[in-house]
Design a protein around this ligand. Structure first.
Ligand code: G4P
Length: 527
């Protein structure tokens, strides 16, 4: 197969949801269809449940397992699917945000009882930044959920994306009958099943008596009325508006009962985008360019502290990656040979010889790679769109063992390169403040600094609301601002200027008082 053919058969995507909506269950069903796993329950082990604080060691243990399942490659109907796992635990949301930079589309799972939840809203914001195409899967139709029209309205309102149902439920909960595919004009009757997949019954005319016979007169009447309303209210489905991230097609089903999953997957492989051109500091790079390029979006540390190697996850963006070849590391301005690259399969890792756009390659690394790094065949371009987001919780790192300050320095640097948290160094007093999305990371950092680097630290809470990257078209005004707010000025890992705002109200006031300064909640921005 040539490069074009390899690209056209690849779909690289992630499943996102608020915890408990059914992401793990849906992942597992998709893998069953892809023949990547043989039995239900196989994916559960990778799942990080919302554990109590004391359970975080368990999470560390699972971190090891989750390397194997963080990218699941499988083939379905000759399409090579790369499913990138995103941590369910919201304390690891930053990890999820970064993983989303490496996908070409997402499937968003929404619980029909709970509707749109907070984590879903945050994840959607990240998708919107990159205009990532989204398919919604409304799950748990076997439960008494909310009215489907209300759910659609809520998605449009809270997630700020237009929707277009492609299937429609017939009743729900105890009286759930099945779904009608608006796309294929066929009926799928509900049977709770872990493995069996019923083929749809073609209903070319929903006014036929056949429908009444299959779902009952009342349900048939309701379906006809609903379909009429949908066709009247929502524009026809268009692959283009979906691919542009403007309209999300919506499916209904029940993941645990394996219902509606096949329809989702069949439509997904038909409409989901193949790898697309991506922006770099120099130009957009098309996937069918013959020279290899890719970027690191995730680093996973080895669980064994004695072997400090890590796995860097590289998304191939153009050309073909060949194991053993020498590639150019743009940040280091140096070439490296990667002889130990691995591919990710559903349950396994195996050595690969080549990888194509859309694929994820695992590279063993001893500290040369960090998140956001670009590899090429020599061109000095850097992929953009892999920003850091403002953390939510900030704590100062206090060294408790003066003899170990070197180790602490090194450990902090390495953990930050892995993306465990973000480090901000204040201009005044060089105070080091760690910012995270969740509370759990502080325990993880403290534990790993001690066990892997021998450094003992304490964390002191800080009154900081947001880290804002600042810029201004007027250099002089920016300098003046920095001087007048010196106590609140810090640098991020790339030495970029950051204003540490103490509260929302205060930030608003500062913004009003300094109209020439721009405040950004992500580290990448356009002036
Ligand atoms: P997550 O990864 O998004 O956090 O969710 P997960 O798949 O683990 O699903 C959360 C819970 O919802 C699980 O129950 C799962 O079985 C259940 N679930 C998933 N899909 C459906 C569905 O279509 N209908 C119903 N009724 N439930 C569904 P649990 O009790 O937490 O775990 P388990 O003991 O069942 O595995």
């Amino acid at each position: 197969m040539n490069l074009e053919q390899e690209i056209s058969r690849r779909r690289t995507f992630g499943i996102i949801s608020h915890p408990d909506a059914g992401k793990t269950t849906l992942t597992e069903k998709l893998l069953l269809f892809g023949g990547a796993i043989q039995k239900a329950g196989a994916v559960k082990s990778s799942k990080i449940k919302d554990h109590a604080r004391s359970d975080w060691m368990e999470i560390e243990k699972q971190r090891g397992i989750s390397v194997a399942t963080s990218v699941m490659g499988f083939t379905y109907k000759d399409v090579k699917i790369n499913l990138l796992d995103t941590p369910g635990h919201q304390d690891f949301a930053e990890d999820t945000y970064r993983t989303l930079t490496a996908v070409d589309s997402v499937i968003m799972v929404i619980d029909c009882v709970k509707g749109v939840e907070t984590q879903t809203e945050k994840l959607m914001e990240v998708c919107r930044m990159r205009s990532t195409p989204v398919i919604c899967f409304i799950n748990k139709l076997d439960r008494e959920g909310r009215d489907p029209f209300d759910l659609l309205d809520e998605i449009e309102e809270k997630l700020r994306i237009k929707v277009r149902p492609l299937s429609w439920p017939i009743s729900m909960g105890k009286t759930f009958k099945g779904v009608y595919s608006l796309y294929e004009k066929s009926l799928h009757l509900f049977t709770a099943s872990k493995t069996v997949v019923e083929e749809g019954i073609e209903i070319s005319d929903i006014h036929s008596k056949e429908l009444d016979r299959l779902v009952g007169e009342n349900n048939a009447m309701q379906l006809r009325a609903d379909v009429e309303l949908i066709e009247g209210v929502y524009p026809d489905f268009s692959v283009d508006t979906y691919a542009a991230g403007e309209v999300a097609p919506v499916f209904f089903g029940s993941a645990v009962n394996n219902f509606g999953v096949k329809e989702l997957l069949d439509t997904f492989i038909r409409i989901a985008p193949t790898p697309r051109p991506r922006a770099t500091t120099l130009r957009d790079v098309a996937p069918d360019e013959t020279k290899f390029t890719g970027f690191v979006f995730k680093i996973h540390a080895n669980m064994d502290p004695k072997h400090r190697n890590r796995i860097a996850f590289v998304r191939v963006c153009s050309g073909a990656f060949h194991r053993g070849d020498t590639y150019f590391h743009v940040r280091h301005n140096k070439s490296f040979r990667f002889s130990n690259a691995t591919a990710f399969l559903a349950q396994d890792r195996e050595t690969i010889d080549e990888a194509w756009p859309g694929d994820i390659v695992g590279i063993y690394d001893t500290g040369n790679l960090k998140i956001g790094d670009t590899l090429t065949e020599g061109e000095k371009l850097t992929y953009t769109g892999i920003p850091s987001f403002s953390p939510e919780i900030f704590k100062e790192v206090v060294n408790k063992d003066a003899m170990k300050s070197k180790q602490l320095e090194k450990g902090l640097l390495q953990l930050m390169e892995e993306g465990v948290a973000q480090l901000f160094t204040f201009d005044v007093g060089k105070r080091k403040v760690v910012g995270t999305v969740g509370a759990l990371q502080f325990e993880v950092i403290q534990f790993r600094l001690l066990h892997e680097y021998g450094a003992t630290v304490e964390f002191h809470p800080q009154q900081i609301y947001k880290a804002c990257w600042i810029s201004s078209p007027d250099e002089r005004k920016l300098n003046e601002f920095v001087q007048s707010k010196l106590r609140y000025i810090a640098r991020d890992k790339d030495d970029k200027l950051v204003f540490m705002a103490e509260s929302k109200a205060w930030l608003q006031m500062v913004q009003d008082n300094f109209p020439d300064i721009r405040f950004h909640f992500t580290s990448e921005f356009k002036d």
